[in-house]
Design a binder for this molecule. Structure first.
Ligand code: NAD
Ligand code: TYD
Length: 359
């Protein structure tokens, strides 16, 4: 039985990925480690919490001792590293935690994995690893910086990150690359465009606008609202990562995107219209400092070399997503009230810092 360590699995994409893997690979064991920051929400994983192939461990990826303990007591084959501080606006307010989690956390995981996976860990020249091991770093298209009116991101472009968030993700990519070059560690890096879908924390554009609309609150549009993002449904991101995990060539980087460029204001107006609200709610506010104007992913490599393609059109995905938020108002209410933070304590307080397994 293959064992996959998913980090940050209580977040938006990580929780969708844990569920995807348990469904698509019923013979795999999934260990989810997450420190449960404000963005980590175990309620998103309630439906799999009794699955015998699923284990949750509360752990910080920067905590070497804890990561060491997890590797020592489990035969881990792959790491899929989602754990990160992920919100650009927060990185402008408080950059430091972005650097420690996103860079040092990644390096800590790489180091411990290297020790456990290398055939001869004490030989610095040894580049032989156990059969089938791989470290997959979940990165972002934001590492490439911003595009003008034309052009697309390709994997060979230089990294030109503009925000503390994207700078920390680009730094982590460089460290992962170095572990592949210097130590021969089997790795892949994926760089995906903006995701949307169920269980996204309502600080990001789409869930924030849906939630504010439902509460008849102002819809803050930064600057002129003409910034362009290339949107992908989270379940397509999960299937792409699954594909790279199984088929990605050692050391390679794969862009992930579905050719869905939209200006922010188009998305906001679509949400307003779908929910039958008034455009008077839209308020243009001061622009985000260092705001990237346009992102667009060239997905030729993953589609032609690995045979992945997205299943969702944007129209279907956004309609289902809006419906999901309408049908799951309790999930959002829990977040807005902060009650989701109490979930871990009520479920697991007597076994703090111990693997929470249903086995
Ligand atoms: P998220 O903020 O929803 O989730 C991040 C998770 O990581 C949370 O559960 C949090 O508790 C956990 N975490 C944070 N610091 C940790 C630490 N030190 N130790 C252990 N766990 C920690 O983020 P997301 O949107 O799900 O993004 C997941 C990954 O995908 C990130 O690496 C992000 O850079 C990348 N990504 C996101 C998008 C997007 O549109 N959301 C697009 C491309 C790439
Ligand atoms: P966001 O969801 O924060 O993702 P990212 O910054 O990683 O692309 O923002 C998406 C776009 O929406 C980005 O151009 C900033 C813009 N935006 C607003 O105009 N208003 C908002 O309240 C938020 C959260 C984002």
């Amino acid at each position: 039985m293959k064992t996959i360590l998913v980090t940050g699995g209580a977040g938006f994409i990580g929780s969708n990925f844990v569920k995807h893997m348990l469904e698509k690979h019923p013979d795999y064991k999934i260990i989810n480690i997450d420190v449960l920051t404000y963005a980590g929400n175990l309620v998103s994983l309630e439906e799999v919490s009794n699955n015998p192939n699923y284990t949750f461990i509360k752990a910080d990826i920067r905590d070497r001792e804890k990561i060491e303990e997890i590797f020592s007591s489990n035969n881990i084959d792959n790491v899929v590293n989602f754990a990160a501080e992920s919100h650009v606006d927060r990185s402008i307010e408080e950059p430091e935690v972005f650097l420690t989690t996103n860079i040092i956390g990644t390096q800590t995981l790489l180091d411990v994995a290297k020790k456990h996976w290398k055939i001869n860990p004490n030989d610095k020249y040894c580049k032989e690893y156990k059969e089938g091991v791989k470290f997959l770093q979940v990165s972002t298209d934001e590492v490439y910086g911003a595009l003008g009116k034309t052009g697309m991101f390709v994997e060979t472009m230089p990294l030109m990150p503009n925000s503390p968030y994207s700078a920390s993700k680009a730094s982590a990519d460089m460290v992962v690359r170095a572990y592949n070059e210097t130590f021969g560690m089997p790795v892949n890096i994926t760089r995906c465009s903006n995701n949307y879908g169920p269980y996204q924390f309502p600080e990001k554009l789409i869930p924030l606008m849906i939630n504010n609309c439902l509460m008849e609150k102002d819809l803050p549009v930064y600057g002129d609202g003409m910034q362009v993002r290339d949107w992908l449904h989270v379940s397509d991101h999960c299937s792409a990562i699954d594909t790279v995990l199984h088929k990605g060539l050692d050391g390679d980087v794969y862009n992930i995107g579905g050719n869905n460029e939209k200006a922010n204001i188009e998305i906001v107006k679509l949400i307003v219209e779908t929910l039958g609200k008034s455009e008077d709610l839209i308020k243009y506010v001061k622009d985000r400092p260092g705001h990237d104007r346009r992102y667009a992913i060239d997905n030729t490599k993953i589609t032609t070399q690995l045979g992945w393609s997205p299943a969702y059109t944007f129209e279907q995905g956004i309609r289902e997503t809006i419906e999901w938020y309408l049908n799951n108002t309790e999930w959002i209410k829990n977040i807005v009230s902060g009650d989701y933070m109490k979930y871990y304590e009520s479920m697991y307080s007597s076994i703090e810092d111990v693997a929470v397994s249903k086995e």
